[in-house]
Design a protein around this ligand. Structure first.
Ligand SMILES: Cc1cc2nc3c(=O)[nH]c(=O)nc-3n(C[C@H](O)[C@H](O)[C@H](O)COP(=O)(O)OP(=O)(O)OC[C@H]3O[C@@H](n4cnc5c(N)ncnc54)[C@H](O)[C@@H]3O)c2cc1C
Length: 314
Protein backbone atom coordinates (compact mmCIF):
# COMPACT_ATOMS: atom_id res chain seq x y z
CA UNK A 1 0.00 0.00 0.00
CA UNK A 2 1.41 3.39 -1.01
CA UNK A 3 2.07 5.92 1.74
CA UNK A 4 2.92 9.10 -0.14
CA UNK A 5 0.60 10.82 -2.55
CA UNK A 6 1.63 11.32 -6.16
CA UNK A 7 1.06 14.81 -7.55
CA UNK A 8 -0.16 15.07 -11.15
CA UNK A 9 -1.20 18.05 -13.26
CA UNK A 10 -4.02 16.42 -15.14
CA UNK A 11 -5.85 13.21 -14.40
CA UNK A 12 -8.33 11.78 -16.89
CA UNK A 13 -10.76 9.18 -15.60
CA UNK A 14 -12.05 6.85 -18.32
CA UNK A 15 -10.82 5.42 -21.60
CA UNK A 16 -13.75 5.76 -23.99
CA UNK A 17 -13.89 8.28 -26.85
CA UNK A 18 -14.20 11.19 -24.39
CA UNK A 19 -11.23 10.21 -22.21
CA UNK A 20 -8.86 9.39 -25.07
CA UNK A 21 -9.78 12.57 -26.95
CA UNK A 22 -9.20 14.64 -23.81
CA UNK A 23 -5.85 12.86 -23.52
CA UNK A 24 -4.79 13.75 -27.07
CA UNK A 25 -5.51 17.44 -26.47
CA UNK A 26 -4.07 17.52 -22.94
CA UNK A 27 -0.87 15.75 -23.98
CA UNK A 28 -0.34 18.06 -26.95
CA UNK A 29 -0.80 21.05 -24.59
CA UNK A 30 2.00 19.80 -22.32
CA UNK A 31 -0.35 18.95 -19.48
CA UNK A 32 1.32 15.55 -18.90
CA UNK A 33 -2.00 13.74 -18.59
CA UNK A 34 -2.33 10.44 -16.78
CA UNK A 35 -5.38 8.47 -17.89
CA UNK A 36 -7.00 5.79 -15.73
CA UNK A 37 -8.81 3.28 -17.94
CA UNK A 38 -11.14 1.75 -15.38
CA UNK A 39 -12.30 -1.83 -15.70
CA UNK A 40 -13.42 -1.45 -19.33
CA UNK A 41 -10.44 -0.13 -21.29
CA UNK A 42 -11.79 1.39 -24.50
CA UNK A 43 -15.29 1.90 -23.07
CA UNK A 44 -18.64 0.97 -24.57
CA UNK A 45 -17.47 0.59 -28.16
CA UNK A 46 -15.39 -2.44 -27.20
CA UNK A 47 -18.59 -4.47 -27.22
CA UNK A 48 -19.87 -3.45 -30.61
CA UNK A 49 -19.03 -4.62 -34.11
CA UNK A 50 -19.41 -2.05 -36.85
CA UNK A 51 -19.20 1.66 -36.17
CA UNK A 52 -20.36 3.37 -39.34
CA UNK A 53 -21.10 6.88 -38.15
CA UNK A 54 -17.77 8.06 -36.80
CA UNK A 55 -16.29 10.53 -39.29
CA UNK A 56 -12.95 9.59 -40.79
CA UNK A 57 -13.72 5.91 -41.34
CA UNK A 58 -15.46 5.89 -44.74
CA UNK A 59 -15.82 2.10 -44.78
CA UNK A 60 -16.78 1.84 -41.11
CA UNK A 61 -14.63 0.19 -38.47
CA UNK A 62 -14.96 -2.41 -35.72
CA UNK A 63 -15.49 -0.77 -32.32
CA UNK A 64 -12.43 -2.38 -30.64
CA UNK A 65 -10.20 -1.46 -33.59
CA UNK A 66 -11.36 2.14 -33.44
CA UNK A 67 -10.65 2.35 -29.72
CA UNK A 68 -7.19 0.90 -30.33
CA UNK A 69 -6.61 3.81 -32.74
CA UNK A 70 -7.82 6.26 -30.07
CA UNK A 71 -5.43 4.74 -27.52
CA UNK A 72 -2.45 4.82 -29.85
CA UNK A 73 -3.10 8.46 -30.73
CA UNK A 74 -3.30 9.43 -27.05
CA UNK A 75 -0.07 7.53 -26.30
CA UNK A 76 1.74 9.00 -29.29
CA UNK A 77 1.72 12.43 -27.61
CA UNK A 78 2.86 11.11 -24.26
CA UNK A 79 -0.31 10.29 -22.34
CA UNK A 80 0.49 7.87 -19.54
CA UNK A 81 -2.14 5.17 -19.43
CA UNK A 82 -2.79 3.26 -16.24
CA UNK A 83 -5.03 0.21 -16.29
CA UNK A 84 -6.66 0.95 -12.99
CA UNK A 85 -9.92 2.11 -11.52
CA UNK A 86 -10.40 5.27 -9.47
CA UNK A 87 -12.64 4.27 -6.61
CA UNK A 88 -12.73 7.30 -4.34
CA UNK A 89 -12.35 11.06 -4.67
CA UNK A 90 -12.17 14.03 -2.33
CA UNK A 91 -12.84 17.34 -4.06
CA UNK A 92 -12.92 19.45 -0.88
CA UNK A 93 -9.65 21.30 -1.39
CA UNK A 94 -7.83 23.24 -4.10
CA UNK A 95 -5.87 20.08 -4.95
CA UNK A 96 -8.16 17.24 -5.91
CA UNK A 97 -7.56 13.91 -4.22
CA UNK A 98 -8.23 10.57 -5.85
CA UNK A 99 -7.56 6.98 -4.81
CA UNK A 100 -6.90 4.10 -7.15
CA UNK A 101 -8.18 0.59 -6.52
CA UNK A 102 -4.72 -0.29 -5.20
CA UNK A 103 -5.16 2.55 -2.70
CA UNK A 104 -2.57 4.81 -4.28
CA UNK A 105 -3.39 8.42 -3.36
CA UNK A 106 -3.20 10.85 -6.26
CA UNK A 107 -3.27 14.64 -6.01
CA UNK A 108 -4.36 16.39 -9.20
CA UNK A 109 -4.51 20.04 -10.20
CA UNK A 110 -7.16 19.26 -12.80
CA UNK A 111 -9.45 16.27 -13.21
CA UNK A 112 -11.32 15.34 -16.38
CA UNK A 113 -14.16 12.90 -15.81
CA UNK A 114 -15.01 10.66 -18.78
CA UNK A 115 -16.48 7.69 -16.98
CA UNK A 116 -19.31 7.12 -19.46
CA UNK A 117 -22.58 5.34 -18.89
CA UNK A 118 -23.83 1.77 -18.98
CA UNK A 119 -26.92 0.67 -20.90
CA UNK A 120 -29.44 -1.24 -18.79
CA UNK A 121 -30.37 -4.70 -20.01
CA UNK A 122 -33.27 -7.04 -19.36
CA UNK A 123 -30.92 -9.79 -18.18
CA UNK A 124 -32.04 -12.55 -20.57
CA UNK A 125 -29.54 -15.17 -21.75
CA UNK A 126 -30.88 -14.85 -25.29
CA UNK A 127 -30.33 -11.09 -25.15
CA UNK A 128 -26.66 -11.78 -24.41
CA UNK A 129 -26.45 -14.43 -27.13
CA UNK A 130 -27.47 -11.94 -29.86
CA UNK A 131 -25.71 -8.96 -28.33
CA UNK A 132 -24.50 -6.77 -31.20
CA UNK A 133 -25.84 -9.41 -33.63
CA UNK A 134 -29.44 -8.23 -33.70
CA UNK A 135 -29.77 -6.99 -30.13
CA UNK A 136 -28.82 -3.36 -29.55
CA UNK A 137 -29.23 -0.53 -27.08
CA UNK A 138 -28.88 2.26 -29.61
CA UNK A 139 -31.21 2.88 -32.57
CA UNK A 140 -29.15 5.80 -33.90
CA UNK A 141 -26.06 3.54 -33.90
CA UNK A 142 -27.57 0.32 -35.25
CA UNK A 143 -30.98 1.17 -36.75
CA UNK A 144 -29.49 1.56 -40.22
CA UNK A 145 -28.49 -2.13 -40.24
CA UNK A 146 -32.20 -3.05 -39.96
CA UNK A 147 -33.71 -0.71 -42.54
CA UNK A 148 -36.57 -2.33 -44.42
CA UNK A 149 -37.01 -4.98 -41.70
CA UNK A 150 -39.38 -5.47 -38.78
CA UNK A 151 -37.92 -4.60 -35.37
CA UNK A 152 -38.97 -4.42 -31.72
CA UNK A 153 -38.19 -1.88 -29.03
CA UNK A 154 -38.65 -2.63 -25.35
CA UNK A 155 -39.39 0.12 -22.85
CA UNK A 156 -42.06 2.66 -22.00
CA UNK A 157 -40.12 5.84 -21.23
CA UNK A 158 -38.76 8.68 -23.33
CA UNK A 159 -35.77 6.66 -24.53
CA UNK A 160 -38.01 3.87 -25.84
CA UNK A 161 -40.39 6.35 -27.47
CA UNK A 162 -37.47 8.10 -29.16
CA UNK A 163 -35.90 4.85 -30.34
CA UNK A 164 -39.25 3.64 -31.72
CA UNK A 165 -39.97 6.86 -33.62
CA UNK A 166 -36.41 6.92 -35.01
CA UNK A 167 -36.72 3.31 -36.20
CA UNK A 168 -40.20 3.94 -37.62
CA UNK A 169 -38.54 6.10 -40.29
CA UNK A 170 -36.31 3.21 -41.38
CA UNK A 171 -38.42 0.12 -40.79
CA UNK A 172 -41.84 -0.89 -42.15
CA UNK A 173 -43.07 -2.00 -38.71
CA UNK A 174 -41.84 -1.29 -35.19
CA UNK A 175 -43.21 -3.28 -32.25
CA UNK A 176 -43.04 -1.35 -28.97
CA UNK A 177 -43.10 -3.71 -25.99
CA UNK A 178 -44.47 -1.97 -22.90
CA UNK A 179 -44.69 -3.65 -19.50
CA UNK A 180 -47.60 -1.58 -18.24
CA UNK A 181 -50.86 -0.34 -19.78
CA UNK A 182 -49.45 3.13 -20.38
CA UNK A 183 -46.27 4.88 -21.45
CA UNK A 184 -44.04 6.73 -18.99
CA UNK A 185 -42.72 8.92 -21.80
CA UNK A 186 -43.45 12.65 -21.90
CA UNK A 187 -46.72 13.71 -23.49
CA UNK A 188 -45.12 14.90 -26.70
CA UNK A 189 -43.17 11.67 -27.14
CA UNK A 190 -46.29 9.63 -26.40
CA UNK A 191 -48.16 11.51 -29.10
CA UNK A 192 -45.43 10.83 -31.64
CA UNK A 193 -45.54 7.12 -30.87
CA UNK A 194 -49.32 6.89 -30.85
CA UNK A 195 -49.60 8.83 -34.11
CA UNK A 196 -47.03 6.77 -36.00
CA UNK A 197 -48.87 4.41 -38.30
CA UNK A 198 -46.15 1.77 -38.28
CA UNK A 199 -45.60 1.54 -34.51
CA UNK A 200 -47.61 -1.26 -32.92
CA UNK A 201 -47.73 -1.15 -29.12
CA UNK A 202 -47.88 -4.40 -27.15
CA UNK A 203 -49.30 -3.29 -23.78
CA UNK A 204 -48.79 -5.25 -20.55
CA UNK A 205 -46.12 -7.24 -22.29
CA UNK A 206 -42.81 -8.66 -21.13
CA UNK A 207 -40.05 -10.21 -23.20
CA UNK A 208 -39.47 -13.86 -22.36
CA UNK A 209 -36.88 -14.66 -25.02
CA UNK A 210 -35.17 -13.40 -28.13
CA UNK A 211 -35.61 -16.22 -30.67
CA UNK A 212 -33.35 -17.48 -33.43
CA UNK A 213 -30.48 -19.79 -34.31
CA UNK A 214 -27.70 -17.68 -35.77
CA UNK A 215 -29.61 -14.43 -36.07
CA UNK A 216 -32.62 -12.84 -34.43
CA UNK A 217 -35.82 -14.25 -35.89
CA UNK A 218 -38.39 -13.13 -33.37
CA UNK A 219 -39.27 -12.27 -29.79
CA UNK A 220 -41.46 -14.28 -27.43
CA UNK A 221 -43.77 -12.14 -25.31
CA UNK A 222 -45.85 -12.76 -22.22
CA UNK A 223 -48.96 -10.71 -21.61
CA UNK A 224 -48.79 -10.16 -17.85
CA UNK A 225 -52.58 -9.56 -17.61
CA UNK A 226 -53.79 -12.61 -19.54
CA UNK A 227 -50.71 -14.85 -19.14
CA UNK A 228 -50.87 -15.55 -22.88
CA UNK A 229 -47.66 -15.88 -24.83
CA UNK A 230 -47.10 -14.76 -28.40
CA UNK A 231 -44.27 -14.45 -30.90
CA UNK A 232 -43.52 -11.41 -33.01
CA UNK A 233 -41.28 -11.90 -36.06
CA UNK A 234 -38.49 -9.31 -35.88
CA UNK A 235 -34.89 -9.09 -37.08
CA UNK A 236 -33.76 -6.48 -34.58
CA UNK A 237 -34.42 -6.08 -30.86
CA UNK A 238 -33.68 -2.72 -29.25
CA UNK A 239 -33.51 -2.51 -25.48
CA UNK A 240 -34.43 1.01 -24.39
CA UNK A 241 -34.94 0.82 -20.66
CA UNK A 242 -32.40 3.47 -19.81
CA UNK A 243 -28.72 4.09 -19.09
CA UNK A 244 -26.87 4.42 -15.81
CA UNK A 245 -24.07 7.00 -15.78
CA UNK A 246 -20.92 5.73 -14.03
CA UNK A 247 -20.79 8.55 -11.53
CA UNK A 248 -21.37 6.93 -8.12
CA UNK A 249 -17.91 7.87 -6.80
CA UNK A 250 -18.67 11.56 -7.38
CA UNK A 251 -21.88 11.56 -5.30
CA UNK A 252 -21.73 14.21 -2.60
CA UNK A 253 -19.07 16.20 -4.50
CA UNK A 254 -20.51 16.97 -7.90
CA UNK A 255 -23.94 18.21 -8.90
CA UNK A 256 -25.88 15.59 -10.82
CA UNK A 257 -29.46 15.04 -11.97
CA UNK A 258 -31.76 12.44 -10.42
CA UNK A 259 -30.35 9.65 -12.63
CA UNK A 260 -26.74 10.55 -11.84
CA UNK A 261 -25.73 12.46 -14.98
CA UNK A 262 -23.16 15.10 -14.06
CA UNK A 263 -24.29 18.69 -14.40
CA UNK A 264 -22.02 21.11 -16.24
CA UNK A 265 -22.22 24.81 -17.04
CA UNK A 266 -24.36 24.89 -20.24
CA UNK A 267 -22.15 24.69 -23.33
CA UNK A 268 -19.03 24.03 -21.22
CA UNK A 269 -17.50 21.12 -19.31
CA UNK A 270 -17.11 22.93 -15.99
CA UNK A 271 -18.68 21.21 -12.99
CA UNK A 272 -19.58 22.85 -9.68
CA UNK A 273 -16.01 22.18 -8.45
CA UNK A 274 -13.21 24.37 -9.82
CA UNK A 275 -10.69 22.32 -11.77
CA UNK A 276 -13.01 19.34 -12.25
CA UNK A 277 -14.41 18.92 -15.76
CA UNK A 278 -16.93 16.42 -17.13
CA UNK A 279 -17.18 15.01 -20.63
CA UNK A 280 -18.83 12.23 -22.63
CA UNK A 281 -21.83 10.12 -21.70
CA UNK A 282 -21.29 10.71 -17.96
CA UNK A 283 -22.76 14.19 -18.51
CA UNK A 284 -24.90 13.59 -21.60
CA UNK A 285 -28.29 11.95 -21.41
CA UNK A 286 -29.35 13.25 -24.81
CA UNK A 287 -26.90 12.49 -27.63
CA UNK A 288 -24.82 9.56 -26.27
CA UNK A 289 -22.67 9.13 -29.39
CA UNK A 290 -18.96 8.48 -29.80
CA UNK A 291 -18.47 11.67 -31.78
CA UNK A 292 -20.26 13.84 -29.21
CA UNK A 293 -18.30 12.15 -26.40
CA UNK A 294 -15.06 12.87 -28.27
CA UNK A 295 -16.20 16.46 -28.84
CA UNK A 296 -16.82 17.10 -25.16
CA UNK A 297 -13.54 15.31 -24.32
CA UNK A 298 -11.78 17.90 -26.47
CA UNK A 299 -13.73 20.70 -24.74
CA UNK A 300 -12.80 19.36 -21.29
CA UNK A 301 -9.10 19.32 -22.15
CA UNK A 302 -9.27 22.87 -23.48
CA UNK A 303 -11.18 24.01 -20.38
CA UNK A 304 -8.65 22.26 -18.14
CA UNK A 305 -5.74 23.78 -20.06
CA UNK A 306 -7.14 27.32 -19.58
CA UNK A 307 -7.73 26.59 -15.91
CA UNK A 308 -4.20 25.30 -15.33
CA UNK A 309 -2.67 28.16 -17.33
CA UNK A 310 -4.63 30.75 -15.30
CA UNK A 311 -3.37 29.08 -12.10
CA UNK A 312 0.19 29.20 -13.42
CA UNK A 313 0.51 25.43 -13.19
CA UNK A 314 1.48 24.99 -16.86
C1 LIG B 1 -23.37 -1.67 -28.14
C2 LIG B 1 -23.13 -0.21 -28.37
C3 LIG B 1 -22.95 0.23 -29.67
C4 LIG B 1 -22.72 1.57 -29.91
N1 LIG B 1 -22.53 1.96 -31.19
C5 LIG B 1 -22.25 3.25 -31.44
C6 LIG B 1 -22.01 3.69 -32.77
O1 LIG B 1 -22.07 2.92 -33.73
N2 LIG B 1 -21.71 5.00 -32.95
C7 LIG B 1 -21.66 5.91 -31.92
O2 LIG B 1 -21.36 7.08 -32.14
N3 LIG B 1 -21.91 5.51 -30.66
C8 LIG B 1 -22.19 4.22 -30.39
N4 LIG B 1 -22.47 3.82 -29.12
C9 LIG B 1 -22.43 4.84 -28.05
C10 LIG B 1 -20.98 5.13 -27.67
O3 LIG B 1 -20.33 3.91 -27.40
C11 LIG B 1 -20.90 6.05 -26.46
O4 LIG B 1 -21.62 7.22 -26.73
C12 LIG B 1 -19.46 6.41 -26.15
O5 LIG B 1 -18.68 5.24 -25.97
C13 LIG B 1 -19.36 7.26 -24.89
O6 LIG B 1 -18.04 7.53 -24.68
P1 LIG B 1 -17.48 7.94 -23.24
O7 LIG B 1 -16.03 8.21 -23.47
O8 LIG B 1 -18.28 9.03 -22.66
O9 LIG B 1 -17.68 6.71 -22.29
P2 LIG B 1 -17.56 5.07 -22.39
O10 LIG B 1 -17.31 4.68 -23.78
O11 LIG B 1 -18.77 4.66 -21.70
O12 LIG B 1 -16.28 4.83 -21.54
C14 LIG B 1 -16.27 5.04 -20.17
C15 LIG B 1 -14.91 4.69 -19.64
O13 LIG B 1 -14.82 5.09 -18.28
C16 LIG B 1 -14.18 4.08 -17.54
N5 LIG B 1 -14.55 4.23 -16.14
C17 LIG B 1 -15.78 4.20 -15.59
N6 LIG B 1 -15.70 4.36 -14.25
C18 LIG B 1 -14.38 4.52 -13.97
C19 LIG B 1 -13.64 4.71 -12.77
N7 LIG B 1 -14.25 4.80 -11.58
N8 LIG B 1 -12.30 4.82 -12.83
C20 LIG B 1 -11.67 4.76 -14.04
N9 LIG B 1 -12.31 4.58 -15.21
C21 LIG B 1 -13.64 4.45 -15.16
C22 LIG B 1 -14.60 2.79 -18.21
O14 LIG B 1 -13.69 1.74 -17.89
C23 LIG B 1 -14.56 3.21 -19.67
O15 LIG B 1 -13.26 3.06 -20.15
C24 LIG B 1 -22.69 2.49 -28.83
C25 LIG B 1 -22.89 2.05 -27.53
C26 LIG B 1 -23.10 0.72 -27.29
C27 LIG B 1 -23.30 0.24 -25.88
Amino acid sequence: MATTAEHLHCVIIGSGPAGYTAAVYAARANMNPVLFTGKDPGGQLMITNDVENYPGYPSGIMGPEMMEDFRKQAERFGTQIRYELINKVDFSGPVHKLWTESDQEIHADAVIISTGATAKWLGLDSEKKFWSKGVSACAVCDGFFFRGQEVAVVGGGDTAAEEATYLAKLCPKVHLIVRRDQLRASKIMQERVLNAENIVIHWNSETLEVLGENEVEGVKLLNNKTNETSVIPVKGFFVAIGHQPNTDIFKGWLDMDETGYLKTVPGRTLTNIEGVFASGDAQDNIYRQAVTAAGTGCMAALDAERYLAAKGVI
